[in-house]
Design a protein around this ligand. Structure first.
Ligand code: GCB
Length: 628
């Protein structure tokens, strides 16, 4: 489903949209892949770029061509290329332009410009015509250009993006105008508000009758697997599904848009021991193939029983990280080298899982997690639902902001539901995705959060045929005494900083007792489900050592981690530890951040800090079914 931006309503940022021409189409979330019937051209490279300082791009008709000759790479965040601080901190509309040659041989096909992410919103124009507007900076959308395309010629593509934050944007924050007249964003979250065309743009040609969607669910019976599938196409021709194993050998074939595929003696997808079958989907017209699309799919089940996670019926314990998509120079831009390095480091350290904090990541990351056998908690960009510019401090203060009582909430919820729907459509077939995280650290201290949570959780259950467990990451204010929403979660995710934001420094000696008291209070409520620590950790400035320890030193971090180790090892219900964060990452500047958040176990350049060796030592020893 796609939503049209409602300019200026309920505090949402004003993205001025030319409403004369909008092509409504159902969005296929299938990853763009070429085949005998499909064509995909990557449009990455240097695009023209322009910041709209005075908001005159619409009136001056930049949709027909943007001013100047500035060029920047696509995909990437625009913020960190320049030496000018005003550009890094820019808030408003930014414009991109490129020329795209569309081959005449594609005349009988649909042609889409597919944006894997445009942060946080934008409008696409082709040959001067507005094609589509999209809200949400971390999920794909396609602009169908059939009606305006110039075949066998260059076509002008212009994109207007916008990176402003508001009470209705996901993630949430505000955009303010300084006395100087310049605008700036103030996030209610702790990562830099990188923006731009941050993920690949592809020119995709699909046949007139094409495969729009494919969904699988798995059941196991002894050595055999049953894959219930559904295929959506845009026509009525018959369809087939063929399955091949990793050696390329044919396994089985099914016909019809829905059915069950039996895979005798199936090789299952296991943690850090992945196995992917290749599903080849076809639309047939007699012997002719009208469309063909393929996907690699791991067969596995995942469920919760009591306080255990069961993968293929066997207990699993999560070891790993909360991460970010964040690296030098390209910011939150798609960076395959960094993706590769991150997986190598996660394997080196003995991790088996991560959370896509705090937004859906690039599709290639889930593909890699499928391939490498990592367990992923997949998060919607519902972060900053706690009105605070220093949420990491206020999170332990007991402060309530009555976030869900604002008049902007209906619009926020509409955006949240739309992104949830797109996320599940995009990621539902990934074996790696074991759970949906529906919020990070929302304000759950007042009853007004309850109806909002009820709707979001119900929607996730309705949309996901695999019925994956749903959760949200809770800050300390969501305490056993005060949280009004924990009951919606199928398992509890805790972000806890005893010994850092709370009881830090010499007071850390009291942290363990407070930590245990909270856990005991949760258990006293009769909660019977797995507990996962989705965040814990402390900042460590690389190279800072001090004996005896002080906060920010490596020694302090090791003392802190020992507390968590003792607690994790002594509660049977704790079934996962995901330390915050995998790597140091960029945030806004401020007195609480030394050029970014330094809780990384690795540096931003992906080299180990002292704590990395601590985790390698611990995690390599913990069996996958620890406490099972
Ligand atoms: C949190 C947030 C995360 C922050 C982290 C911190 O609770 O979920 O986004 O970066 O704390 O380091 O303060």
């Amino acid at each position: 489903m796609k939503i049209r931006q409602q300019p200026g309503r309920n505090g949402s940022p004003r993205l001025k949209i030319n409403r004369r021409r909008v092509v409504a189409m159902k969005q296929s979330m299938l990853y763009p892949r070429g085949s005998a019937a499909r064509r995909v051209v990557d449009l990455g490279g240097m695009w023209k770029f322009c910041l709209d300082w005075d908001g005159k791009g619409d009136t001056e008709g930049w949709k027909d061509g943007i001013p100047g000759n500035e060029k920047i790479p696509v995909p990437a965040s625009f913020n960190d290329f320049y030496t000018d601080k005003d550009i890094r901190e820019f808030a408003g509309d930014f414009w991109y332009e490129t020329e795209v040659f569309v081959p005449g041989e594609w005349k009988d096909m649909h042609v889409d410009l597919r944006f894997a992410a445009l942060t946080h919103r934008g409008t696409v124009y082709a040959n001067g015509q507005e094609i589509i507007s999209h809200e949400g900076g971390f999920l794909p959308f396609s602009a169908r250009i059939d009606d305006v395309v110039r075949w066998n010629e260059k076509n002008l593509v212009v994109v207007k993006g916008n990176n402003e934050l508001s009470f209705t944007s996901l993630p949430a924050g505000i955009t303010q105008t300084l006395k100087s007249g310049k605008k700036m964003v103030r996030p209610f979250f702790d990562f830099f508000n990188y923006a731009g065309i941050q993920r690949p743009v592809k020119l995709v040609a699909v046949p007139k009758e094409y495969i729009e969607d494919f969904t699988v669910n798995h059941r196991l019976d002894g050595a055999d697997a049953y894959v219930d599938y559904q295929m959506e196409t845009t026509g009525e021709h018959p369809v087939t599904v063929e399955v091949f194993d990793e050696s390329g050998s044919f396994v089985t074939k099914a016909e019809g848009k829905a059915g069950t595929i039996t895979i005798p003696n199936a090789r299952l997808w296991e943690v850090r021991d992945a196995y992917l079958y290749r599903f080849v989907l076809k639309i047939m017209d007699g012997d002719a193939v009208l469309d063909e699309y393929e996907e690699e799919i791991g067969i596995r089940t995942f469920e919760i029983k009591g306080n255990s996670f069961l993968l293929n019926g066997h207990p699993v314990y999560l070891k790993g990280f909360g991460k970010h998509e964040d690296s030098d120079i390209v910011g939150r831009g798609y960076n395959p080298g960094v993706i590769k390095r991150d997986f190598e480091l996660m394997k080196w350290i003995g991790a088996n899982s991560f959370r896509t904090s705090h937004y859906p990541y690039s599709e290639e990351i889930y593909q890699m997690a499928d391939r490498e056998g990592f367990l992923v908690i997949d998060e919607v960009p519902a972060v900053g639902f706690f009105e605070s510019l220093v949420n990491f401090v206020d999170a332990v203060s007991g402060k309530s902001t009555n976030f869900f009582e604002r008049e902007t909430v209906p619009e926020l919820k509409k955006n949240h539901l739309a992104m949830l729907e797109d996320l599940i459509r995009r990621d539902k077939n990934h074996a790696c995705v074991i759970a949906w995280s529906l919020f990070n650290e929302p304000d759950t201290m007042s009853e007004s959060a309850v109806p909002y949570f009820a709707d979001i959780f119900a929607k996730a259950r309705e949309l996901d045929v695999q019925k994956r467990p749903r959760t949200f990451a809770m800050e300390l204010n969501s305490s056993p005494e005060k949280c009004t929403c924990y009951q919606f979660s199928d398992f509890l995710c805790f972000n806890r900083y005893y010994g850092w934001y709370l009881l830090g420094g010499y007071e850390m000696q009291d942290a363990e007792e407070a930590f245990r008291a909270e856990l005991d209070a949760w258990l006293a409520k009769g909660v019977d489900c797995p507990f996962v620590f989705t965040e814990y950790g402390c900042d460590n400035l690389q190279g800072e050592y001090k004996l005896p320890s002080v906060q920010w030193s490596a020694e302090y971090e090791l003392e802190y981690l020992k507390i968590y180790e003792r607690v994790f090892d002594s509660y049977d219900c704790i079934k996962g530890e995901q330390v915050w964060n995998f790597a140091d990452f960029q945030t806004v500047e401020g007195i609480m951040r030394v050029n970014g958040n330094k809780k990384g176990i690795f540096t931003r350049q992906r080299q180990p800090k002292t704590a990395a060796y601590y985790f390698k030592n611990r995690w390599e020893k913990l069996p996958v079914d620890y406490k099972g």
